[in-house]
Design a protein around this ligand. Sequence first.
Ligand SMILES: [Zn+2]
Length: 135
Amino acid sequence: MHSVTKTIDFCYGHRLLNYEGQCKYLHGHNGKLEIDVESKILDDKGMVIDFTVIKETVKTWIDSKMDHRMILSREDPLIPLLEEAGQPIYVMEDNPTAENIAKLVFNQVKSQGIDVKEIRLWETPTSYASYSKMS
Ligand SMILES: [Zn+2]
């Protein structure tokens, strides 16, 4: 089995609802996404997928939707305040944990036609959450 991994860095803020601890306050991360794509066979160029294709599709989406934004749950009462103040936000259905962001990015990458195997979102240099396709 062949596999390739593309890394994409982005900055984001969030806060967790229904959580007691530091992460209930607005704060930010220098996040790192690792996108794994695997294939039993290589294409006619000898590749699983061109790294440029992953970069152009996924990085373009991350840069326009999540980079330098507050990622917040739809339930977050701060959304109207931040919108009114002109702050860029990304609203998601679930609590914006690393686990849920990894799953959201996985589904986004998949919907862009990339047969992704696993996404890892490093929230800090020592902590990541992953989401992968069922095998
Ligand atoms: Zn955090």
